[in-house]
Design a protein around this ligand. Structure first.
Ligand SMILES: *Cc1c(COP(=O)(O)O)cnc(C)c1O
Length: 222
């Protein structure tokens, strides 16, 4: 199947209120251009250098979402153009994004990443760490970031029940955080969860942003 066909297939499955981030990491500009011609405008990347090179050479109406683990010393390179940073996994990172955004005169959209998988290798706050961070209130002094919601990755497993449970736990936590800290915020509305192998479970659990790579662009050659 071509990229355009795979893209259409995924898009046809999306209920209202769910948007697709086409994860183009490790794929060349030609692949992104094909998806772009088919109407896709939101792309996700997980390496600062790669995303910046693609931003510079591709059409300027593309929305670039950073979905990887962001190192503090590299934040400044994406600040001028990034649309949404999905993986804020520490207070320190949030503070640093705010600082760089302030320098650049921008307000940058961010999602807090929660660790919901069984694997230790994945990044993110635990629910309690996130509650503690929000309760401290220090983030309220950051005027150059906008917290738009939460992001998480389920365990990489074939066990659909496990995946469902993890997504539902994040969805429940989203409502808790929304009610407690962001009930007045129009911006706080995104729940980024679901990848090629588990996006259907994620949508059923309330995802608003699915991040799909291999199902659209084919396998990646690392
Ligand atoms: C690579 C990646 C994806 C896309 O994964 P696929 O299995 O190729 O759909 C989604 N989210 C994050 C954070 C990723 O790093």
């Amino acid at each position: 199947m071509s990229i355009a066909e795979s893209l259409k297939q995924v898009q046809n499955e999306l209920p209202e209120g769910v948007r697709l981030v086409a994860v183009s990491k490790f794929h060349p500009n030609e692949a992104i251009e094909e998806a772009y011609r088919a109407g896709q405008r939101v792309f996700g990347e997980n390496k600062v250098q790669e995303m910046t090179a693609k931003y510079e050479s591709l059409p300027k109406d593309i929305e670039w979402h950073f979905i990887g683990h962001l190192q503090t010393n590299k934040i400044k390179y994406i600040i001028p153009y990034v649309t949404l940073i999905h993986g804020i996994d520490s207070y320190k990172l949030l503070a640093e994004v705010n600082k760089q955004a302030e320098k650049a005169g921008r307000t940058v959209n961010c999602l807090l990443q929660l660790h919901i998988a069984r694997e230790d290798t994945k990044f993110g706050f635990s629910f309690d760490e996130c509650r503690g961070m929000l309760a401290s209130g220090e983030w309220k002094q950051f005027h150059n970031i906008r917290i738009c919601g939460l992001m998480g990755m389920a365990t990489n497993t074939d066990n659909a029940e496990q995946i469902k449970m993890e997504f539902c736990s994040l969805s429940k936590f989203f409502r808790e955080v929304k009610d407690e800290w962001f009930s007045e915020s129009e911006a706080f509305k995104e729940l980024s969860m679901g990848m090629s192998h588990d996006y259907r479970e994620a949508i059923a659990a309330g995802s608003t942003l699915i991040r799909i790579g291999s199902k659209i662009f084919g396998e990646r050659n690392y």
